[in-house]
Design a protein around this ligand. Sequence first.
Ligand code: ADP
Ligand code: MG
Length: 451
Amino acid sequence: MTNEELWQTVLAQVQLNISQANFATWFKETGITSQKEGEVVISVPNTFAKEWFEQKYNKSIFKILHDLNTEIKNVRYDVGKTELKMTRKSFPSLPDIGQLEFQEFKTDKETNLNPKYTFDNFIVGPFNELPHAAASAVAQKPGQIYNPLFIYGGVGLGKTHLLQAIGNEVLKTSPKKKIQYIPSEKFTAGVVVSIKNHEMEEFRAKHRATDVLIIDDIQFLAGKEKTQEEFFHTFNALYEKGKQVILSSDRPPKSIPALTERLRSRFEGGMIADISYPDFESRVAILKAKCQERKIEFSEDVLSYIASNIQKNIRELEGALNRMTAYKKMNSQPITLDSVKSLLKNLISTPNKMVSPKKIIQMVAEFYDLKEREILSESRKKEIVRPRQIAMFLLRNELKNSFPFIGRKFGGKDHTTAIYAFEKIKKETEDNEKLLDEINSIKQHIYGEFS
Ligand code: ADP
Ligand code: MG
């Protein structure tokens, strides 16, 4: 495998586990310069990055490399990208340093859109048919059909892909249209900085001049009142001019805590569509499409093994495929089901291994914007009692924890308290759709997340 191919493979794995922003920041100017005698040398742009890699990323990078090829025993980081670049210019015949054209880095500066997300490479199945149909309708006639379009669903199920596909599609048919894709954290940061630098006017003007404004992961606006206020005004300004607003979240608007009522009702005024978990056929179809993209083939056995074992996250499906692809490139023997099993062992066992009572409590607390210790406390406040009951319900339902255990876990309560909580929530889920939605979202957080 060439330096470049090897690094691409590593990056494909790394990318799954860190945020897009971190990825772009740290991995942009990196590459593999050599691989020999069990040592891989990675070039990084400066000493600061070198330290950062050694402290933060070395462990995972080493593990990925070692998993791919057990002969790799050591990884070293070298500062020297610029030097290498100069050398390369002066000696064009030097071997390629493995610096990459990674898709993640191709994000357009103006629109923030990444051209890799299109409708063409988005697989449609029963699990995402509705959001897909709504998204393509909006892409055909932005501002005229569903406004806003609100897409929600769990981690790694294609929200960002779909949102960006709309942007890319509009740009393709009407290149003059102004489109902006903004992760909601970035919007928040923009508000904060603009207030600090007294540049609110510019900030507003910029967003209000768009034809299609896309804000991803708006659950992060929860509790940020100033940002919500700003967004509300931007939203209204665009809406009145017939401009399109597209939003995504990991949960429906009604389940986002601390969302101002007027914002919530704005969101609910358009089209809301959710992406659920892909069924088996869709998972296989996705794998096949990605294989075709990567020009690589695997047997039906292998693909169905992956599809039966990774069920709740398309990003993980891709991760498994990346791992297999790398393995195939590095090993000459044909891939057997056994080699697949051992290769994907940690990927596949991750979700279950990770789910512990602590994790469930953490996720419930996070979901309701509470502190873990509040949920575990003896407080009788309504805002706390209910999430606590939901946590108890989940411990029983998901982990089959015993009632006495659950009682003890929550501040030494009696097992009858745990039984009461479980029965109460269970009964309510039968006819309370909002609660059911909330519990499903929490479950997606519990299972769908990387550690
Ligand atoms: P989310 O934003 O919901 O967390 P992403 O949009 O980032 O999820 O999707 C995770 C990965 O899975 C991306 O690489 C994306 O391209 C891929 N993906 C998701 N849904 C589909 C789909 N229906 N067809 C093809 N690829 C998909
Ligand atoms: Mg996303």
